[in-house]
Design a protein around this ligand. Structure first.
Ligand SMILES: NC(=O)c1ccc[n+]([C@@H]2O[C@H](COP(=O)([O-])OP(=O)(O)OC[C@H]3O[C@@H](n4cnc5c(N)ncnc54)[C@H](O)[C@@H]3O)[C@@H](O)[C@H]2O)c1
Length: 358
């Protein structure tokens, strides 16, 4: 690569999200982008949107000439494409969810290790300055002891063919909360509903229980809500933090509100009385770069330097294990344990994942 003038990145899939990857990658200096897309109309659109980029039909036509691949195709195709790229020793960034089956995730992670190339998962919120700031706010003790976390990711969604709303949207909330608390949930409970199609749930509620932090996180995901909501609320004993992804630079606010037990109650709950506290709401501005831009620039840096990504494939696999536990919980109606795995690198979830400069 030393005598290669630019870093050659292939983007597999020029659909809704792949077109955004192409937009950010083409804006990075020294990056040459090739779109890989089987659909003729989408190839035509890619050429029209980006006259400078190469456009091909199949990943096989391109693998020899790539320094890295971004897989932004339907989730059911992720494992096959990633295994193909890794077998050719091409560093690979795979969009969330990493795969749809745990065994495929194990195979993809093992393939990357065997090939000695980087496998990164697109947990884009790990690259959002607001998530890093929120984690710092929690760690600083400003909120006091965290009592619970509430996540809502709702809209009139794009119904997917190959997975349900949990696998489509909850990877974001699972990875965000894991970054905030620095651990994976130990158990998952899930309630799902198939409102429109028989094949896949379009509305779901999850409860994730975190053993070390000792707090639950509740996750509501829906493709069937009239209003778009992207919100994480961290309720603490002293204050509450609200991360509203739709609020631009003001997406992180700290609310000096809460309830306390009256003096002398001693937690016995006598009379169920509480004292309400209502103070200021303060915005913590988080300008920062577009998270997708930070993520893809980080992938290109890792490709160039041969370094490990901040969101490695193991984290993608860890989230897949949580999603698989949610499936078990939904079908049995009882909480499901998330199997713990130690990897060659140590824990599945490390703090480093949010230390990327933006
Ligand atoms: N991080 C995020 O916020 C975010 C947001 C949206 C989607 N996504 C993820 O991005 C991925 C794609 O989602 P989307 O909404 O863009 O889907 P989409 O259906 O709009 O686009 C997928 C594209 O992949 C193409 N494709 C299918 N098989 C292919 C193959 N073998 N090689 C190359 N291209 C192929 C399809 O023709 C299509 O153009 C999914 O994994 C999704 O979960 C992530």
């Amino acid at each position: 690569m030393a005598d290669c003038p630019s870093t050659r990145i292939g983007v597999a899939g020029y659909g809704y999200w792949g077109s955004k990857h192409v937009r950010v990658l083409t804006s990075l200096s020294g990056v040459e982008v090739t779109v890989i897309e089987p659909d003729e109309e989408r190839r035509r659109r890619a050429r029209a949107d980006h006259p400078g980029v190469g456009v091909v039909r199949d990943l096989d036509d391109m693998l020899d000439g790539l320094d890295g691949v971004v897989v932004v195709t339907p989730p059911a195709t992720h494992a096959r494409l990633a295994l193909k790229a890794l077998a050719a020793k091409v560093p690979t960034l795979v969009e969330k969810p990493l795969v749809l089956l745990e065994e495929d995730g194990v195979a993809v992670v093992e393939a990357a290790r065997a090939a000695g190339v980087q496998l990164m998962v697109g947990h884009v919120f790990a690259y959002d300055a607001a998530v890093r700031k929120l984690r710092d706010v929690i760690a600083s003790g400003e909120l006091g002891r965290v009592l619970h976390i509430d996540c809502a990711r709702l809209s009139l969604g794009r119904y997917r063919q190959d997975c349900d709303v949990v696998w489509d949207l909850a990877p974001h909330d699972i990875s965000i909360v894991a970054h905030l608390l620095g651990e994976l949930p130990a158990t998952v409970s899930a309630w799902t509903h198939r409102a429109v199609r028989a094949a896949h749930a379009d509305v779901a509620h999850l409860r994730l229980d975190f053993a070390e932090a000792g707090v639950p996180a509740f996750v509501h995901v829906s493709w069937l809500a009239p209003e778009k909501v992207r919100r994480i609320t961290v309720v603490g004993e002293k204050k509450t933090a609200v991360y509203d992804d739709l609020a631009g630079d003001e997406r992180l606010t700290i609310h000096d509100v809460g309830v306390e037990l009256p003096d002398g109650d001693g937690g016995t709950d006598a009379g169920c009385r509480v004292v309400h506290r209502s103070g200021d709401i303060v915005s913590r501005p988080v300008p920062g770069a577009e998270p997708l831009m930070v993520q893809d620039a980080h992938f290109v840096d890792c490709v160039r330097a041969g370094t490990s990504p901040a969101t490695p494939g193991e984290q993608g696999l860890a989230v897949v294990r949580v999603l698989a536990a949610a499936d078990r919980a939904a079908s049995t109606g009882t909480p499901a344990a998330v199997p713990r795995r130690r990897t060659a690198a140590g824990t599945e979830w490390g703090r480093r994942s949010v230390e990327v400069a933006s």
